[in-house]
Design a protein around this ligand. Structure first.
Ligand code: CTP
Length: 402
């Protein structure tokens, strides 16, 4: 392995696994990386800064306002210097701070100022790891674009056995390598992704919508971004967040979504229509709240534009991917849609299946190809499903190139 010319910033927070971080630094230096280390105050209780200074050959960043003077903008300089930041070990406390944007020491402040990819390597007691608060924070961090190097199972320093042990150093080093070199497969590709539901107003209080949460579209956006793509997300109303590097366009109804997709279409290489676009809207939006005795008389529906159909004639070399929700004859119906909308792939799923479809963190999909072939996924978290779909898109992009 060779990390020549790469700047790797290690952030040690205060857990006993910090002693393993010394070995990580030593190994990265052996692989020719330029390594710097910053530590939280608690980390210095476990390992001396001198250990890291000696191994990395560079002073350790400990304070935002060092007594010996020096620039008080060190956190910005270090944040910019790094090609990747590895938080190892990442304690529950430091992860909680990052999940909520706290910047109260040199480590959290530098992390809040960086645009470099950040790997989190959690290490903690199994109950702390399993706690709802930590799991919620961890999920939020992944939603924000932090990459997780999952801890392993085994003997913990507290004498118990379970999940929470720092991942093996070889796994951490592989993740660093993947982040530095493996994620640029979509460099210079622009993904335009629609996500979430649309809302079609009936009157000032009521609207027609559907149960889409946006989770699948957001997972695709994050994973494409992590693989180096430029990503624009046109999103209906959701409560989800996206990493800062992703361009986000918020819309409410199907016509606004159509306009936003059309506005960004010229620059995209891949269009992923994940949104559950409402097929119909009320023909007229009432200015005042409609009285219930009148509503069945005044509610007339007009069909919304079909975005994929509208763009099909302008497709040229682009890849178009659709999503299809069906409760019966899933593959047949999805293949019909694929042909009619001139898609390259359609991702079919059945919202009635347990753990799949709307609002779940997991999904089970069937990827349907233009030649009618299909590939079924097992029930997996939506991030892994997104990765499978992106693997297929990568193959299609390579085919288009050759
Ligand atoms: N879609 C679209 N514009 C719409 C409706 C849907 O671009 N007005 C896209 C969706 O984002 C999805 C695909 O078309 O990628 C299939 O959506 P779906 O609702 O399953 O299919 P419909 O074509 O609307 O057919 P039906 O509702 O009858 O199943």
């Amino acid at each position: 392995m060779n990390f020549a010319d790469k700047n790797i910033l290690i952030a040690a927070s205060g857990g006993i696994a910090a002693y393993k971080t010394a070995q990580l630094v030593r190994t990265l230096v052996k692989y020719n990386a330029r390594v710097r280390v910053m530590m939280t105050p608690t980390a210095t209780q476990f390992v001396s800064p001198l250990t890291f200074e000696t191994l990395s050959g560079h002073p350790v960043l400990l304070d935002l306002f060092p007594e010996q003077g020096g620039a008080s903008t060190a956190h910005i300089d270090w944040a910019r210097w790094a090609d990747v930041i590895v938080v190892c070990p990442a304690t529950a406390n430091t992860m909680a701070k990052l999940a909520h944007g706290l910047a109260d020491n040199a480590v959290t402040t530098t992390l809040s100022a960086t645009t470099a990819p950040v790997l989190l390597c959690p290490a903690m007691n199994k109950e702390m790891y399993a706690s709802k608060a930590h799991q919620d924070n961890q999920k939020r961090l992944q939603d924000l674009g932090y990459r997780l190097v999952e801890p392993s199972q085994g003997w913990l320093a507290c004498g118990e056995e379970g999940w929470g042990r720092l991942a093996d150093l070889s796994v951490i080093i592989e993740a660093i390598e993947d982040t530095l070199y493996g994620t640029h497969e979509f460099a210079e590709k622009h993904f335009l992704i629609s996500a979430g539901p649309t809302r079609e107003n009936i009157d000032p209080v009521r609207y027609i919508s559907n149960r889409s949460s946006g989770k699948m579209g957001y997972a695709l956006a994050r994973q494409a971004f992590l693989r180096g793509a430029q990503v624009t997300v046109v999103t209906g109303p959701t409560t989800l967040e996206l990493p800062p590097g992703i361009r986000r366009v918020d819309v409410e109804n199907a016509r606004e979504m159509t306009a936003a997709i059309e506005a960004h279409y010229h620059e995209c290489d891949v269009l992923l229509m994940v949104a559950a676009v409402a097929d119909f809207r009320p023909s007229q939006v009432a200015e005042e709240k409609i009285k219930k005795k009148n509503i069945s008389h005044v509610l007339h529906l007009t069909e919304n534009p079909d975005i994929l159909n509208l763009l099909a004639p302008h497709k040229k070399g682009r890849i178009h991917v659709g999503f299809s929700l069906e409760t019966n004859n899933i593959v047949e119906h999805s293949l019909e849609k694929l042909k009619q909308k001139k898609l390259d792939l359609i991702i079919a799923n059945n919202p009635r299946e347990q753990g799949a479809g709307f609002d779940h963190d997991t999904n089970r999909v069937t990827i349907v190809f233009a030649d009618g072939q299909t590939r079924e996924s097992p029930l997996m978290d939506k991030t892994s499903i997104a990765d499978q779909i992106l693997d297929e898109i990568r193959i299609l992009l390579n085919q288009h190139k050759s």
